[in-house]
Design a protein around this ligand. Structure first.
Ligand code: ATP
Ligand code: MG
Length: 306
């Protein structure tokens, strides 16, 4: 398989606490990998280990088919990253900021600065001091900087944090363009379902330090199970009837008075009749499908995202 990144039982402990546990992540070329998890799930810790900013307690990272020991420096040349909020010289403009970075990194081609600025939509604002930039513009400049050395992979930790909805939409479009037009692979962490749902081609769900699920978005959609949504007056009683009278256990109480039944999809009339016969009032019964939110809840055992 043509993978860009693979982690092998990556683990980080702080004191006695395991914050990332045996994490096996696979990112293939061309993926937009949405690394989804609640606050404190272990996203930043994982990304910092991946980028070599902190040392794993155990486990390994493989880049482009090579173990880190063999080729971290070489691998890093092919990766661009924004881990924390990107810092800039606020009294300098975008071009000068990027030029300083270019020289620090020993990169040759000055002409490319204008090209990356154009790529991220900052060409017109390029001579403006960065202190006058909005948060979204600074984020774009961070992305421009990460792109300067023509990376094949961009690693971005919560790149839309603090942006307003319009800013989030712009950045999302930028990622999609970069992926489609430049073939760049992305690892993007987020605690926002909507963001991952609208962007990712592959999703990794991390919860309490464990990568619970890794799935291609297409498979997620295919696998996204359909269910009967049943609105009742008494969900506990309804659950009892489903289990005891209809012999099904594949359901969950999605909200008070609302059950999602993943079984008997083609027999809503029978479900309705059985519930009614056992004195459960059914207000509504209809076929529905899982959202990423439902899926997340199921995978994590009911932990909501903020
Ligand atoms: N240097 C450290 N020392 C001790 N504990 C740490 C350290 N860094 C992180 N942790 C703990 O590890 C856990 C995971 O933190 P991490 O920052 O990786 O989560 P996250 O998924 O990035 O969360 P967020 O969405 O808030 O950014 C948290 O419980 C955090 O308190
Ligand atoms: Mg974080």
């Amino acid at each position: 398989m043509d993978y860009v990144l693979r982690t092998n039982h990556l683990t980080k402990r702080y004191g006695g606490k395991t914050v990332v546990h045996n994490l096996n992540m696979t990112i293939r070329q061309g993926d937009i990998y949405g690394f989804l998890g609640q606050n404190g799930a272990g996203k930043t810790t994982t990304i910092r280990m991946i980028m070599g900013l902190i040392r794993p307690t155990s486990g390994e990272v493989e880049w482009f088919g090579e173990g880190v020991r063999g080729g971290r420096a070489r691998a890093m040349e092919r990766i661009g990253a924004i881990i924390e909020y990107p810092g800039f010289y606020l009294n300098l403009n975008a071009v000068d900021n990027l030029d300083i970075h270019r020289r620090l990194m020993g990169m040759g081609n000055k002409e490319y600065i204008e090209e990356v600025l154009s790529l991220v939509g900052l060409l017109e604002a390029r001579n403006e001091k960065v202190k006058n930039y909005s948060l979204g513009m600074k984020q774009r400049l961070g992305i421009a900087r990460a792109l300067l050395h023509h990376p094949e992979l961009l690693v971005l930790d919560e790149p839309t944090n603090g942006l307003d909805p319009a800013g989030i939409k712009e950045i999302r479009q930028l990622f999609l363009d970069l992926a489609r037009q430049r073939g760049i692979t992305f690892l993007i962490s987020s605690h926002l379902l909507s963001e991952v749902e609208q962007l990712a081609t592959r999703i990794g769900i991390i919860h309490q330090g464990n990568l619970l699920e890794e799935i291609d978005y297409e498979d997620f959609q295919r696998k996204t199970r359909h269910y009967l949504e049943i609105k009742v007056d008494d969900d506990k009683k309804a659950a009892y009837v489903l289990e005891q009278k209809l012999g099904v256990s594949d359901y969950r109480i999605a909200d008070p008075g609302i059950l999602h039944l993943y079984d008997l999809l083609d027999q809503p009339a029978k479900v309705n009749l059985t519930l009614t016969n056992h004195e459960v009032a059914v207000r509504e019964i209809r076929l529905s499908g899982d959202s990423l939110e439902d899926y997340f809840l199921k995978v994590t055992g009911g932990a909501p995202l903020v």
